[in-house]
Structure formats: C-alpha cells, structure tokens
Design a protein around this ligand. Structure first.
Ligand code: FAD
Length: 299
C-alpha cells in the first residue's frame, strides 16, 4: 500500500519548524523515516502534513558540555556509534546504537526519531532512563526540559505535545567519571535485523578500581521491551550499592528485576520467558559493567 496524500514541508531551521508546528493541523515530523514510513505505508498514520527535519543541520551534533554531553535530535545512529566523546564519556550510547538493526537503518535512523517513536523496546529510551537523560523540547511558545523518566508515560505515549519538537538530549556525566565507571547495553535478539526480545542497560561507578574488591557506589539498571515503558528498577540498584559485586547480590538484584518487569508475550518469547531473561540479562550486563569499571583505570 502507498501512504495517503500529504503536503511535504522541508524547513531549514528549528525556528521555521516550530512555526510550522504551531500553524498546521494534523502534522507528523519526519526524521530518518525508518519507522514512520512503514506506519504511513500501512495507513496507520495519515497526516495531512509531513514536516521533514532532514534540512535541520543544526540538530546533527554530539558535543561535550560543562556537565555532560548534548546530542542533537537529528543525529544518526551511525554517528552515535562512532562518536569518540561518547565512547569515552557515555559508552552505553555507542553500544546501544551499534546494536540497532543493520547499517541501512543505522545510517538513516536518528536519536530524536527513536525518542519520538517511544517504542519500549527501543535502545536509547532504556539507555536514557538508566542514565538520567534529559529531553529538550521546543515549541514556538517555549523551550522546556523533561527527564527521560517523566517523558515515557505509557505504551508509545509520552509527554511530547503536538506542537513540540524534540530538539536535543543531554546526559549528565558527573555521576560516572570514566576512570571509575563501567557501562553495558546487552540485548537478546533472534536476528540482527529484528527488535530485541529484551535488553538490559546498566552502569556502575566503583570507589577504587585498583582495590581487591571495589565497592559499588552508584548502580543503574533499566530494561527495554520488558514493560509498556522503558523500565528503571531502583530497588535492584539499592541492594547492590555500598558493597562489592557478589554472586548473592547479583542473584537478589536479578530476582527483583524479574519481579518488577511486566512484559507482553510475543510469538517466540512468552511472558514468563521474558521475565526470566530480563533478570538474567540485567545480571550479565551488571557483571560486564563491573568488569569494565575495574579495567577503566588501565584503559
Ligand atoms: C528492521 C528494523 C529494526 C529495528 N531495530 C531496532 C532496535 O533493535 N532498537 C531500536 O532502538 N530501534 C530499532 N529500529 C528503529 C530505528 O531505530 C528507527 O530509526 C527509530 O526508531 C526511528 O527513528 P527515525 O529517525 O527513523 O524516525 P522516523 O521514522 O522518521 O519517525 C519516528 C517517529 O518519531 C517522530 N519524530 C521524529 N523525530 C522527531 C523529533 N525530533 N521530535 C519529535 N518527534 C519526532 C516522528 O514524527 C514519528 O512519529 C528498527 C527499525 C527497523 C526498520
């Protein structure tokens, strides 16, 4: 099937874009077109107007700020995957990016599109919830900031208003100094081009990587495709903080994760299986994060 007829707009600036959003009725924004195209071709979305963001070069960047990193909404997955500042400061994001589908999707798809789509199986949504990411939203009237935690409200339903554009994402780096931090983004998926069955995003900061048993000072755990929103599990983080990582701690955290998730069953993965995988993948991702934190000093 082909999309229903629509009027195509291609603004060159953010200013122009938010004016269009304020003036037009029944609009969809077009970013990398890796999800919207399919939805429109199946006529599940039939907007009267398509506002194409691909002329907005000002939204394609990764930059270091005083207290973190800022990523423009039109930055492609491929750019995140290959970004040196992100590899150093927020390695969870390149690791999440490189596991999205195949090269053609990664060359086109954008971080803003992924957040706009808000699929709970998405890689960045879980990573941003784990890392206390902040979304910068802009309309003709105002600019506002919403934490990733507050943004995802229900299944593919968010705090984004009709007249708003996602302009950028920031991730604070203060809690995670590279020399004492390890992060991991671990996916279970059946084939490279499919969405994951479950993913675990974890980050840890230790007190002293050269100690015999470094103590976990800060732990973050979030799951993708394990609930109707990207799910952070603070109770599992709490049982690990203040101690070195141990088998007993990992087992307890995994059990808490398994109890916390509320996944939908799928054709090849029923609900019980996904609950178990969520606990197991959180555990494996934590082990990797801890190893990386211990190795961080020598890298
Ligand atoms: C085969 C395949 C496998 C995939 N596997 C994965 C995977 O494993 N993990 C994963 O995370 N993703 C996966 N994806 C999704 C991919 O990452 C998409 O690129 C992404 O979800 C949508 O980004 P996009 O830039 O293509 O957005 P588009 O498809 O252009 O837009 C998606 C939605 O976001 C809105 N939007 C876009 N930009 C903005 C903005 N700046 N502000 C507000 N709203 C905006 C649009 O209006 C639209 O509703 C897969 C896609 C395919 C085709």
């Amino acid at each position: 099937m082909k999309p229903a007829p629509f009027t195509h707009h291609r603004p060159e600036t953010v200013e122009e874009t938010v004016e269009l959003l304020a003036d037009l009725e029944d609009v969809e924004l077009l970013a990398g077109n890796q999800s919207l195209g399919i939805v429109m071709a199946n006529r599940l979305a039939t907007p009267d107007h398509l506002v194409d963001l691909n002329g907005l070069e000002e939204l394609q960047y990764v930059e270091e700020t005083d207290d973190g990193v800022r990523i423009g909404a039109m930055t492609r997955h491929r750019t995140l995957e290959r970004s040196d500042p992100l590899a150093e400061l927020v390695p969870m994001l390149p690791e999440a990016a490189e596991q999205i589908a195949g090269p053609s999707v990664r060359n086109q798809g954008t971080i803003g599109g992924s957040i706009g789509e808000a699929d709970p199986a998405g890689n960045y949504p879980a990573a941003l919830v784990a890392l206390d990411g902040v979304l910068h939203l802009r309309s003709a009237e105002e600019s506002r900031e919403v934490t990733a935690d507050d943004y995802f409200i229900a299944y593919m339903f968010t705090d984004l208003r009709e007249e708003e554009l996602i302009e950028a994402v920031t991730v604070p780096t203060d809690p995670f100094p590279p020399e004492r931090t390890g992060m991991a983004f671990l996916e279970l998926k059946r084939a490279a081009q499919t969405w994951p069955t479950v993913s675990a995003a974890t980050a840890v900061r230790v007190d002293d990587p050269s100690a015999d048993d470094p103590v976990l000072e800060e732990v973050r755990i979030a799951l993708a495709n394990a609930a109707d929103i990207p799910l952070r599990v603070p109770d599992a983080e709490d049982v690990l903080e203040g101690e070195p990582l141990s088998e007993a701690g990992l087992a307890e955290a995994a059990e808490i994760v398994t109890d916390a998730v509320t996944p939908e069953g799928e054709m090849h993965a029923d609900r019980d299986y996904k609950e178990e995988v969520a606990g197991e993948y959180a555990k494996r991702s934590l082990e990797t994060s801890y190893e990386r934190a211990i190795d961080a000093e020598t890298n």
